[in-house]
Design a protein around this ligand. Structure first.
Ligand code: PMP
Ligand code: GLN
Length: 393
């Protein structure tokens, strides 16, 4: 029989699925896949339930219900002073993943080059390659994850169609600085390129930092799509309601793909997310404050166990180097060992590199801290017992 598509089959099953299944199998505490262990605000859940009961459950408009598109535009205005007309600059999608896929499929021509920064979120490369584009990768390196300016510039060429840019970034938990954003914006303009900006962690930035969308920089309004997700903003990762806002031309291009990918997103969940986006500013600020405390809790605990924990400036995640614990096995095997023997699951950091275990970056773990305090404490206790109880190499 004929082969199926090799680009996608070569990627196998995502690390999130693999490690979550292993966690279930061994009854381990899952600090791998990024999802909160408690649902978001009750008023948003109630809004969804009421909408299911009282409103239409048939196809909503292809671009999203007007209420959510308006709320998305208002949200961008309120937080970042971005001026958008909801009818032409917004689109609702089934999660940020679909927004990313629709943007890439809608904008890329086969043979185009796409600039990316490693380590990167897992769906970027397969979609880009499936769309026929050529990825041009540059790396940010630990512990500071600073943008390598010269290398980034070298990755751009006249064939560059776009940069797929993520800040706050998963998995490195870096929030890009204004200086770095300005450099990226200048390259995008210089090479007449576009930017797809994955900003799902926009409200999860810590230590007084500000998230600055690339689209707010001079000359970028016509070149950017900014993507966010109710999954992160309202702690309902299973809802898969996302949205894109930005340049009319790019939203239109993305909509050409969206109409053939998912076409629409559940109308009742859209209604509830519209309600959520109109919540008081205090809700969005509170989200970051709560998560920052969890970051500190996990970070302190891992440090006292002996991990070298890197600064987590935003997101749900922190990165820990385990060489200081005198373990020198690779991260994939170490994650399996911790799941089976310590009862705690983390993710191997190398999974976020194109070359995976051959990336040369295979001594870090990514831990997720969007969990209840008791769960974080139990995970730390298990890890502490494990590292204190076994013989060191
Ligand atoms: N981008 C990043 C950086 C993510 O971490 C995630 C995971 N939630 C997504 C996109 C996907 O978001 P969604 O679940 O809304 O598709
Ligand atoms: N974004 C989540 C993470 O990075 C997982 C999403 C998924 O499982 N596909 O952990």
């Amino acid at each position: 029989m004929k082969e199926v598509n090799s680009v996608l089959t070569d990627y196998g099953t995502t690390i999130f699925t693999i490690m979550s299944a292993l966690a279930v199998e061994h009854k381990a505490i899952n600090l791998g896949q990024g999802f909160p262990d408690k649902d978001g605000p009750l008023d948003i859940l109630t809004e969804a339930m009421l909408a299911i009961k009282n409103q239409s459950n048939q196809y909503p408009p292809m671009m999203g219900i007007p209420e959510l598109r308006q709320a998305a535009a208002e949200h961008s205005k309120l937080f970042y002073d971005i001026d958008l007309e909801w009818e032409s600059h917004t689109m609702v999608t089934s999660g940020a993943t679909e927004a990313i896929a629709a943007s890439l499929f809608g904008i890329i021509e086969p043979g185009d080059e796409v600039v990316l920064i490693e380590p990167l979120y897992d769906c970027y490369l397969p979609i880009i390659r499936r769309a026929g584009a050529i990825p041009k990768l540059v790396r940010i390196a630990p512990p500071d994850w600073q943008l390598p300016y010269a290398e980034l510039e070298a990755a751009f060429s006249k064939k560059t169609k776009l940069i797929l840019f993520n800040s706050p970034t998963n998995p490195a938990a870096k929030v890009y600085t204004i200086k770095e954003l300005e450099f990226i914006a200048d390259l995008v303009k210089k090479y007449d390129a576009y930017a797809i900006c994955d900003e799902v962690y926009e409200h999860l930035v810590y230590d007084g930092r500000q998230h600055v969308p690339l689209i707010t920089l001079p000359g970028m309004a016509e070149r950017c799509i900014r993507i966010s997700s109710a999954g992160k903003t309202f702690s309902m990762t299973g809802w898969k309601v996302g949205y894109s806002v930005g340049a009319k031309k790019l939203i239109e291009a993305a909509s050409r793909a969206h109409q053939f990918l998912t076409f629409t997103t559940p109308p009742n969940l859209q209604k509830a997310v519209a309600f959520g986006l109109r919540k008081d500013v205090a809700y969005f600020k509170g989200l970051g404050v709560e998560m920052e405390a969890k970051r500190d809790r996990l970070s302190k605990g891992l440090t006292s166990i002996g991990f070298e924990v890197m600064d987590s400036q935003g997101t749900y995640f922190l990165v820990a180097d385990y060489r200081s614990l005198s373990f020198d096995c690779d991260d994939v095997n170490f994650c399996k060992e911790l799941t089976v023997d310590a009862g705690v699951t983390a993710l191997p950091f190398s999974a976020f590199y194109q070359a995976g275990p051959d990336s040369g970056v295979n001594h870090f773990l990514r831990f997720c801290y969007c969990k209840q305090d008791e769960l974080i404490d139990t995970a730390l206790e298990r890890l502490s017992n494990y590292f204190n109880g076994i013989s060191r190499k």
